[in-house]
Design a binder for this molecule. Structure first.
Ligand code: ZN
Length: 622
């Protein structure tokens, strides 16, 4: 469809400007004719047409839209020729017109070209630019400041010759031309590359190597060696980095947290080497690019940048890059630090890179989530024992039947819906991004007395909403019997629960017993809960987040309760509030964390680095 729309509008708009109107102008003075003297005009026509086609393709491919104002791109298109001037499409049209004027040696056409250019200028200045500014905000402003309206600026000029050559040869442009990075972007990229290239898997890697490399980055940037420590249990190859940016302030410090261990990655499963940083077609590839070496690199780059700028925070900043979050390591770094060096990481609150991603949906930057709560993980075992016997003489009492009946009752049970500060705020903000019944239902459950019909509809609309509304328990494993010709002596099922924070786990256990409603079925704890209270939405974190988000991205901030769990739970459990505020946008339809060919967007990474830099300044200057 997009292809057809693109062709249709291309014929309609530039088509009428460059063919239909010139034809009428020329034919007013008889049949149009050209002669050999005007032949060089053909070159201009060809160049202009090539530019036009290239732009239309970029609009469709990158912006998912067409050149018509009624069907515009949904994303800001700043690649391809748009890196050199902001309006290459009009440049293409004007080139075609000038070429035609030369070819037909027509002063009328020359005049028409001039009028066309004047009208386009007015349209661009009075309508298009304000509209783009309103639509895309700060990213457009930055683009406008660095790229000229009609004429390529100096550093773009060098490449312009190459571009012209490529266009004439009609060769496809390299998808990602090397771009000139700012010093800050270059540093953020170098650190990221270094981290990705260091294997930090539990099996064959070492977080000590990564921690040492990051420590050197910080001391090189001017941090005193005494404030940068690489620590962990003596026998482990997986140490953690803890660094402190000192201030003269007296408020409790803020802890910046990311883990530097990664999930295993098998080279043969990937289409690229998971431990070699690669930039390709607008993405950075490698294990950990999304989870969460991007965040770790951004934190190191931010502290180095602040230090070099001579920034003075109004309270201490602590950086902790930890091991063992993915479970492959020999221990968990956050737990170990809390148990052995709490003084090093004790903080008023934590900003965690490993949760709370800004979200892209269908190519559009949708919202900035802030993870302020997570559900609590607990696992139970349901078990039935029976004397058993020979299977040729079945009895009424059978362990497998009893367990099956118990699980049947459990499957029909639903824990009561319950909302807290975070989930109320989530539904209120989500609702504003939805339409129709869904929007109304979300607003209804966010209210002081949630509407039960709305809860019912939301729960059945999506497991995602259901999990936000209540504690869930689900059977995940099943075992029973010992021989095909024997009555089962035992049968058991694993039931994994995700409790709303604040729910006591023995309350869930007794609910399970009650629902199972069979005293021969025992319910016992397999994995005990680590309580993780929600972190209050306090102004000292939420105000800076709102402000920086508005300034850079102009999208809504949505507090969320995560249904999974991160290292944040140990800190919350220890009484330190944690806010997941990652800077790097993730496309929720392209999440490759823990998977093959893990990647994030190149521009999303640089934008994330700028976001975290500004956020860290904002929380330490209020
Ligand atoms: Zn992670």
């Amino acid at each position: 469809m997009l292809v057809l729309r693109s062709i249709f509008f291309a014929l309609l708009l530039p088509g009428s400007a460059t063919v239909v109107i010139p034809y009428f102008i020329l034919s007013r003075r008889g049949v149009p004719h050209w002669d050999a003297i005007g032949l060089p005009g053909v070159v201009a026509v060809a160049l202009g047409a090539t530019i036009l086609i290239r732009c239309i393709v970029d609009f469709a491919r990158v912006g998912r839209g067409t050149l018509a104002p009624v069907d515009p791109p949904r994303a800001l298109v700043i690649r391809g020729l748009y890196r050199y001037v902001r309006n290459p499409m009009y440049v293409g049209v004007v080139l075609v017109l000038l070429g035609e004027a030369a070819l037909f040696r027509s002063t009328d056409l020359l005049l028409y070209s001039a009028v066309f250019f004047l009208v386009v200028n007015l349209f661009v200045i009075l309508y298009e630019e304000p509209a783009l500014r309103a639509r895309f905000g700060e990213p457009y402003e930055q683009y406008r400041r660095s790229v000229g309206r009609w004429i390529p600026r100096r550093n773009a000029m060098k490449r312009a010759g190459l571009i012209a050559l490529l266009l004439i040869l009609d060769a496809p442009l390299p998808a990602q031309m090397p771009r000139t990075l700012s010093a800050n972007d270059q540093r953020a990229r170098d650190i990221f590359e270094q981290l990705i290239n260091i294997n930090t898997t539990g099996s064959s890697g070492s977080t000590t190597v990564a921690a040492n490399a990051m420590a050197k980055r910080l001391t090189d940037a001017g941090f005193p060696a005494a404030d940068v420590q690489v620590i962990g249990p003596a026998a482990s190859k997986n140490h953690n980095l803890v660094a402190r940016f000192r201030s003269t302030g007296t408020q409790k410090p803020i802890l910046l947290l990311a883990h530097i261990d990664v999930v295993e990655a098998k080279k043969e499963d990937w289409s690229v080497d998971p431990f070699t940083f690669l930039e390709r077609e607008g993405f950075f590839y490698g294990r950990g690019t999304m989870d969460v070496k991007d965040g770790a690199a951004i934190l190191v780059a931010t502290l180095a940048r602040l230090k070099q700028e001579g920034y003075r925070p109004n309270r201490d900043l602590i950086l902790a890059l930890t091991t063992g979050e993915e479970g492959g390591s020999d221990y968990n770094g956050v737990q170990w630090l809390l148990a052995n060096h709490r003084d090093l990481i004790d903080a008023a609150f934590v900003i965690n890179m490993d949760a709370g991603d800004p979200v892209i949906l269908n190519g559009k930057r949708l919202m900035r989530s802030v993870q302020a709560s997570e559900k609590v993980y607990v696992t139970f075992k349901l078990e039935v024992h029976n004397p058993g016997g020979h299977s040729s003489l079945p009895t009424n009492d059978n362990a497998i039947y009893r367990l099956a009946a118990a699980l049947g009752r459990l499957s029909a049970y639903e824990f009561p819906a319950q909302l807290n500060e975070i989930t109320r705020a989530s539904f209120a903000r989500w609702g504003q991004l939805q339409q129709g019944q869904l929007a109304a239902d979300m607003a209804a459950v966010a209210g002081p007395t949630p509407d039960t019909a709305a809860i019912r509809r939301l729960s059945s609309a999506s497991p995602l909403y259901n999990a936000q509304l209540r504690t869930t328990c689900v059977a995940t494993e099943l075992a029973g019997g010992h021989a095909e010709n024997a009555l089962p002596q035992s049968a058991s099922a694993t039931v994994n629960c995700r409790m709303l924070p604040g729910t006591p786990s023995d309350e869930v256990q007794s609910t399970l017993s009650r629902v199972v409603n069979d005293t021969t079925v025992t319910v016992s704890v397999v994995t005990a809960a680590v309580p993780s209270p929600p972190s209050p939405l306090k102004p000292e974190i939420m105000d800076p987040v709102e402000r920086v988000t508005k300034r850079l991205w102009n999208i809504p901030v949505v507090p969320v309760m995560e249904t999974g769990a991160t290292d944040g739970l140990y800190l919350r459990n220890a009484g330190i509030p944690v806010y997941g505020v990652s800077g790097v946008f993730v496309d929720i339809n392209d999440i490759r964390a823990h998977g093959r060919d893990e990647r994030i967007g190149v521009q999303d990474y640089y934008d994330g680095a700028e976001y975290i830099y500004q956020l860290v300044k904002a929380v330490t200057s209020r």
